[in-house]
Write a protein that binds this ligand. Structure first.
Ligand SMILES: Cc1cc2nc3c(=O)[nH]c(=O)nc-3n(C[C@H](O)[C@H](O)[C@H](O)COP(=O)(O)OP(=O)(O)OC[C@H]3O[C@@H](n4cnc5c(N)ncnc54)[C@H](O)[C@@H]3O)c2cc1C
Length: 452
């Protein structure tokens, strides 16, 4: 009976634990969780803070009882302090302050990421929040309930910043979003980011791009936020969401190799450089399927898949992580924006000959009520015709996410853009067209490929 010890009980940790028990139901699987929230969906925090999810308990993917019912031992409020790879043991700190060593045959590290704290003076002021953990969201929720803020400022217009702009507007709070890059959502092309910024403004959000915040000062009961140029706003709360950094100190202290952005280096079996130690999720580098190289891609979808591979291999299986394509989607008010694969500049750096073509059309036959415009940006290789990436923006009920997933599937199989025209996709007027919007966009790319 193997002792499999897992550090972390979020997306990566739970996926590893469940898979390990599926592969070997005699294995003793123990999951250490630093807080009291195993298997909670932190992806759902903006929807809890918006009020769309009424009770935070609904964010649990599984209850503690359900997890334990699968035979996994869960140690809550228990922190791993030190890994000793030679002794195959982990020093832990229990909630009653006791410290002890736990032995393992195989260890899986799923310690995740933590929010970046930019070096802006005033970050510790009351009313300034980060958003990553359940506790972070409780702190923000308590503040909103007790202080009834009228104005909020969000530093960072990535997907979490934008979800939070939507969430706070739903709470009737005036919102300013500040982004240092030229457009919001810098993970997609500027053309889409600018259109998205204009759209968000139409929902009463002030959008300031190209501005770096310099200081958050106190101003009576509120906060004064100053930035580049003459940027100066008085607000009641500030949310800082400028990205995450891997939690990899435990690994580093144990001599486990780290690489890009200090993330733990793993191979496609999710093994580290130590025998019997695996790692998965936001704390590791991520193999990118198109680049055939490591990237850092802290996403829930990735963490689940990597965790499953780590769990399977730790339990004696032999499987490989298929690789990420960076597929992601965000919903802001009524718009969804999604991407997969490489953007033009990323493809160029990787040695491709990219051409990107933008195309706009209806999500379904325009004569059927409720049709919405979708905008596509497709990137393919001019020389080989290979699909390299796709971005889609449109009404969230226009199946934006599932349409980008068609491109993700095509990328997974290294298909040509032209191949997309041949796929037998479904059709009925209320939901699509005989040539689906993704096929029309692919056809436009084909036409423009010749001119590029
Ligand atoms: C607001 C928000 C919205 C998001 N939305 C999306 C989305 O829509 N789509 C998407 O794909 N991704 C989204 N993400 C990202 C996604 O949530 C993360 O990629 C995912 O949670 C990573 O899972 P993980 O298990 O690797 O790490 P984490 O979720 O960071 O969990 C780490 C775990 O390790 C534990 N831990 C850490 N150190 C120790 C220690 N020393 N001892 C014991 N336990 C420890 C923690 O308690 C926790 O259980 C979002 C993230 C946030 C914050």
């Amino acid at each position: 009976m193997a002792d499999i010890l897992i550090i972390g009980g979020s997306d990566a940790g739970i996926s590893a634990a469940l898979r390990a028990r599926e592969i070997d139901n005699t294995a003793n699987v123990t999951m250490l969780v630093a807080d009291a929230f195993p298997n909670y969906s932190i992806c759902g925090l903006p929807f809890y803070l918006s009020g769309e999810v009424a009770d935070w308990r609904q964010l649990a993917h599984r209850t503690l009882g359900e997890i334990q019912g699968t035979g996994i031992k869960v140690e809550l409020n228990t922190r791993a302090l030190q890994i000793d790879p030679k002794q195959h043991s982990v020093l832990i700190h229990r909630p009653d302050n006791r410290e002890e060593f736990l032995r393992y045959d195989r260890l899986i590290i799923g310690t995740g990421a933590e929010p970046i704290r930019p070096s802006i003076p005033g970050l510790n002021n009351r009313g300034v929040f980060l958003l990553h953990s359940m506790d972070d969201s409780f702190a923000a929720a308590d503040f909103i309930a007790s202080h009834k803020p009228e104005r909020a400022l969000i530093i960072g217009a990535g997907y979490i910043g934008l979800e939070m702009a939507d969430a706070l507007r739903r709470q009737q709070i005036a919102v300013t979003v500040v982004e240092q890059m030229p457009a919001v959502l810098p993970t997609v092309d500027r053309e889409l980011g600018e259109a998205l910024g204009t759209y968000i403004e139409s929902h009463g959000v002030e959008v300031k791009t190209g501005v770096r915040i310099q200081e958050i000062g106190r101003d009576g009961d509120g906060l004064r936020v100053t930035g580049d140029g003459d940027f100066d706003r008085r607000v009641d709360m500030v949310l800082v969401v400028v990205g995450v950094t891997p939690v990899s100190e435990l690994a580093t202290m144990a001599g486990i190799a780290t690489g890009l952005r200090s993330a733990i280096v793993v191979d496609r079996t999710m093994a580290t450089n130590f025998d019997d130690i695996y790692a998965a999720g936001d704390c590791v580098v991520t193999y990118h399927r198109l680049l055939n190289a490591d990237t850092y891609m802290p996403l829930g979808t990735t963490a689940h898949k990597q965790g499953r591979v780590a769990g399977e291999n730790a339990a004696g299986g032999q499987t490989l992580y298929g690789g990420s394509l960076g597929t992601q989607v965000v919903k802001v008010f009524d718009l969804a924006v999604a991407r997969t694969g490489l953007r033009d500049h990323e493809a160029r750096v990787a040695g491709y000959h990219p051409v990107t073509v933008e195309f706009s059309t209806w999500d379904h036959k325009a004569y059927y009520p409720g049709a919405h415009r979708l905008t596509f940006r497709i990137t393919g290789d001019k020389v080989t015709g290979q699909l390299l990436g796709a971005q889609v923006m449109g009404h969230w009920q226009g199946a934006v996410a599932k349409r980008v997933d068609i491109f993700a599937m095509a990328l997974y199989h290294q298909m040509q853009v032209a191949d997309i025209l041949e796929i037998d996709l479904s059709y009925t007027p209320p939901l699509g067209s005989p040539w689906d919007a993704v096929q029309m966009a692919a056809e436009q790319w084909q036409k423009h490929r010749q001119d590029a």
